[in-house]
Design a protein around this ligand. Structure first.
Ligand code: UT7
Length: 361
């Protein structure tokens, strides 16, 4: 049977680290509050736009799979921080990769975008529309963060992760085996970034500034409910329970959300993969990055069944059950890397904060 196997994986975590203590120099906050309320210790800040960060993760995924960029049929870039709207950002990834035979698509479901991209590519491969795809979950959030708002500014970071999916005719069931996707649109106003999008053009909104509508407690509750129901739907499609799952790799928005979800789904802590302390919430990059790290750290074993619940603005939610293949080692390594840059993470975000302070929206 035609399967969409994941045969390559790669990530790009910029080396510019922004710690909780760094944030406390800019905002009325502290390491103790952030750690105890979120589980976050630090996050990364990208010196390049999302398409360039995506390119590096994608090049690493292709090297891992041992394939050439010319062979790629489709690039799907899942994000909500595209460096250009027209043309799309995936076409820039194609240009950088020299993946000249690939169709290119941007996909935005906010924090779930990377996992939606995986679902779309997997379905297109299984349907025979394409034979393979590079999917990317990537985000460069810091340029549109309101660094004067401690309620949101502490929560997010930049990063990218990518997978190469390819058709395999196999009796073995590999790749996405079941999934559930959804959106609670009546709650779309509880997480909104004002200032980003064409409706703000020519309306006198100060360029380069944002104001976030962010009802943290309400998002918290809906996130747990959405991910729980998504997981239950996906599990029931396979006729299994969480005890049949080898590892749960959730979206990492708050450690307390992850723990509450695990409790409801009866998932023991040893089956949970958590990296929120390293990166905070990288939106679309979060779940893909966590999967890549779980493989790189040998936590994912050949043939493992992985459950990936996620949620994001919209409020979108998703849950995929992914059967990993037999290979957990990379075939090759790419030598592409981020350009040298001397600016620190704190220096980069201070510049954005100054724009906000000069132009209060
Ligand atoms: O992928 C989607 C992204 N969104 C999310 O994941 C958000 C989900 N929500 C959350 O993770 C949590 O609701 C937050 C981490 C955002 C907030 O945690 P909370 O436990 O719900 O705190 P709270 O908003 O109820 O605030 C408690 C107190 C308040 O002070 P008072 O009113 O009790 O005096 C806040 O003003 O903490 C204060 N506070 C802070 N203090 C220090 C809020 N932010 C901060 C901060 N540092 N950064």
């Amino acid at each position: 049977m035609r399967q969409a196997a994941i045969t390559g994986w790669g990530k790009c975590a910029p080396d510019k680290v922004l710690s909780n203590d760094d944030l406390a120099t800019l905002l009325d906050t502290n390491d103790e509050w952030i750690t105890s309320r979120t589980g976050m210790k630090e996050r990364r800040i990208s010196p390049v736009p999302v398409s360039e960060l995506s390119y590096i993760a994608a090049a690493r995924a292709l090297a891992c799979a041992g394939v050439n960029a010319d062979d790629v049929d489709m690039i799907i870039l899942g994000s909500c921080s595209f460096d250009s709207q027209v043309p799309n950002a995936a076409s820039r990834v194609q240009q950088l990769l020299q993946a000249n035979n690939a169709a290119c698509m941007d996909l935005n479901t906010a924090c779930t975008s990377g996992m939606y991209a995986m679902s779309v590519a997997s379905a297109m491969i299984k349907a025979g529309t394409i034979n393979n795809a590079v999917i990317i979950g990537a985000e460069v959030i810091h340029p549109f963060m309101d660094w004067t708002d401690r309620n949101v500014a502490i929560l997010f970071g930049d990063g990218a992760a990518a997978f190469y999916l390819e058709a395999q005719d196999s009796e073995e069931n590999i790749g996405i085996q079941a999934e559930a996707l959804g959106c609670i649109a009546n709650s779309r106003d509880i997480l909104a970034v004002n200032g980003v999008g064409l409706k703000y053009a020519n309306q006198g909104w100060p360029l380069g500034t944002t104001e976030w509508d962010f009802e943290g407690r309400e998002i918290f509750k809906q996130a747990i409910n959405g991910m729980q129901s998504g997981c239950e739907k996906a599990l029931s499609k396979m006729g299994i329970s969480t005890s049949d799952v080898d590892i749960v790799i959730p979206h990492q928005a708050n450690l307390r959300i992850i723990e509450a979800l695990a409790q409801r789904l009866k998932v023991p802590s040893e089956k949970l993969f958590i990296n929120i302390h390293r990166y905070a919430n990288m939106s679309a990059a979060t779940a893909p990055m966590a999967i890549v790290e779980a493989v790189e750290e040998n936590i994912v074993k050949p043939g493992d069944l992985i459950l990936v619940p996620a949620f994001g603005a919209g409020l979108t939610w998703s849950a995929q059950l992914i059967r990993w293949g037999q290979r957990c080692e990379a075939i090759g390594e790419s030598d592409v890397k981020l350009p040298e840059s001397k600016e620190t993470a704190l220096e980069i975000i201070k510049k954005v904060a100054e724009i906000h302070l000069k132009n209060p929206s």
